[in-house]
Every structure is written in structure tokens, then in C-alpha cells.
Design a protein around this ligand. Structure first.
Ligand SMILES: Nc1nc2c(ncn2[C@@H]2O[C@H](COP(=O)(O)OP(=O)(O)O)[C@@H](O)[C@H]2O)c(=O)[nH]1
Ligand SMILES: [Mg+2]
Ligand SMILES: [Zn+2]
Length: 272
């Protein structure tokens, strides 16, 4: 894998033996074997780790990020469940979350997508709308001092946004149709780019799913930020907020303080 040295030179390194688990964004200690090659000796402690998992395996998305930028677009349509999963992962990882609705040039569809996304603004998440093909200045104020990872389904425009921010980089982008036939232009591995000395961007491969098997119910519950004032106040300690008497979360839903769509999303994610 490619490792950047403190002098900005990029060399190729291998991991020792079977030791894997090095992620994009990691700081590593290496031993040079040749001028342009080395061996990764160890991974430095991480300040954050974003990963997904299903029942069988875990996949690291990025390490040491401070902000997760979830890129959605009206075309091709985005999965709201995936958006919720990304937000949960950001909360558990302790990073900021920003939602970017790209392809605002598709005016009518964007309007509809904004109606769906209003719920997330009401919940407290920052949302910006932009067109990677025309203008990404709306995003710039959010990037300073952060290591941001762009996540989302394929075809939403993650690579296009990074290209617009860093015109010298020219990452290849792909229409969804070509991406599906053994495509050569989709992002297949995460890659870190420097915006300036203190701000970095990680482009990640498209996500079709975002398994959260590694989180328990309490973590997921706390990651629904608007639930927090009510957690621990239900009549039953192990309340699943379904039909239990004395459930303060259900009460908050009936009072319009929590949106029912988020409670449904919670039940789907927590498997209850
Ligand atoms: N109409 C429109 N298309 C865009 C925009 N941004 C990206 N695209 C197109 O969407 C497709 C997917 O873009 P890409 O950056 O590869 O998406 P990624 O898979 O999320 O990295 C490409 O065909 C882009 O040209 C935009 O703002 N408007
Ligand atoms: Mg891409
Ligand atoms: Zn409850």
C-alpha cells in the first residue's frame, strides 16, 4: 500500500506477515527496505476508527477522521437507511457528520430529496446542497482543520466533489452504468488527499450496505441524538420503545418531539 513519508514522498509498503488492518488515514511506523519500498512495523494509536461489519467480517473504512461527509444525490436515488447507518457510525465514532446533497443541477429531483432530508436538518445535522459539476464553494467552510471521509453509495459524486476541490488531482469518476460493467473508473480503495497542511479528504469506495453488527443496542440508541434526553427515563430499564407502558421515547414521538421515521429506523437497526 502507498505510504506518505513526512517529506511528502510516497513509497510502497507491505505489512509484516499476516498482520493487516492498516487503514487509510492511519499513521504507521515503517522500516525502509529500499529507497521506494518499506515494511509497516506498527500502526500508531488511532483517535477514531470508522468501520462496518456484517455477521462474518469487518471492513475498515478510514482511521483518524474527524468528520464524516455523507454524500447523497437525488439521481440515482439514495437509500435513507444507508444515510441513517452512516449517521449512527459517525456518532459512535465520535466524529462530526455533514450531509451533502449533490447534483443540485437536477432541480426537480433535488427538491424532492430535500423534502426527505428535512428530517435530518430538524434532528440537528448540517446539510448543504451543491453541484460538484459547477460549484463546491458551499463545502469549503466545513473542511478546514478536519480530516474528512466522504462516504455514500456509488454514483453520488464523491470523487467528483474531491476533483472539484482539488482540480490537480483528477480522480477518475464513473457514471453508474459503466461502473456496473467491470468498471475501471469506480473508486476501489480509499485514498487520502491533502487540501492544505491541516485539512485532508479521504475518498472511499461506494457503499451499498453499512453493517453495524459491531454496535450494541445501547450504542445505537445513543447514536439517535434526538432520543438522548429520553433515554433512561422509560418505566422499564430495558425498554425497546415498541409498545411498553411508560415509554418516554414513544411519548416523545406522540408529542412530535421525535419523528416516527427515525423510531422506525431505530427498530430496524437495533433489530427489535
Ligand atoms: N448532473 C450531475 N452529475 C454529477 C454531479 N457530480 C457528479 N456527477 C456524475 O455522477 C456520476 C458519479 O460520480 P462519481 O464522482 O464517480 O461518484 P462516486 O461513485 O460517488 O465517486 C458521474 O457520471 C459524474 O459525472 C453533479 O453535480 N451533477
Ligand atoms: Mg468514487
Ligand atoms: Zn422506551
Amino acid at each position: 500500500m502507498a505510504i506518505e513519508l513526512p517529506n511528502a514522498r510516497i513509497i510502497t509498503c507491505v505489512t509484516r506477515g499476516k498482520k493487516t488492518g492498516v487503514a487509510c488515514g492511519d499513521y504507521v511506523q515503517i522500516k525502509l527496505t529500499e529507497a521506494t519500498h518499506g515494511v509497516i512495523e506498527s500502526v500508531m494509536p488511532r483517535t477514531s476508527l470508522l468501520y462496518r461489519s456484517d455477521a462474518f467480517r469487518e471492513k475498515i473504512i478510514a482511521a483518524n477522521v474527524t468528520q464524516i461527509i455523507i454524500v447523497v444525490a437525488a439521481v440515482p436515488s439514495f437509500y435513507e437507511e444507508l444515510l441513517n447507518r452512516c449517521l449512527i457510525a459517525a456518532e459512535v465514532a465520535g466524529t462530526k457528520a455533514l450531509i451533502v446533497l449533490n447534483k443540485s443541477d437536477m432541480v426537480t429531483q433535488t427538491q424532492q430529496a430535500l423534502e426527505t432530508l428535512q428530517l435530518y436538518c430538524d434532528t440537528g445535522y448540517a446539510l448543504i446542497t451543491l453541484c460538484a459539476k459547477q460549484d463546491v464553494t458551499a463545502l469549503r467552510p466545513y473542511l478546514g482543520g478536519h480530516t474528512s471521509v466522504l462516504v455514500g453509495q456509488s454514483g453520488m459524486g464523491k470523487s467528483s466533489i474531491i476533483n472539484a476541490l482539488l482540480p490537480d488531482v483528477k480522480i477518475r469518476t464513473a457514471a453508474i452504468s459503466t461502473a456496473l460493467d467491470s468498471g475501471t473508473h469506480t473508486t476501489t480503495a480509499a485514498h487520502l488527499y491533502h487540501l492544505d497542511a491541516n485539512s485532508h479528504l479521504i475518498d472511499s469506495p461506494g457503499l451499498q450496505e453499512f453493517g453495524l453488527h459491531h454496535f450494541d443496542r445501547a450504542q445505537i440508541e445513543h447514536a439517535f441524538i434526538e432520543f438522548r434526553p429520553y433515554l433512561g427515563t422509560c418505566k422499564f430499564n430495558d425498554c425497546k420503545h415498541q409498545h411498553e407502558p411508560g415509554c418516554r421515547v414513544l411519548q416523545a414521538v406522540s408529542e412530535g418531539k421525535i419523528n416516527a421515521r427515525r423510531l422506525t429506523a431505530y427498530h430496524a437497526l437495533a433489530g427489535c
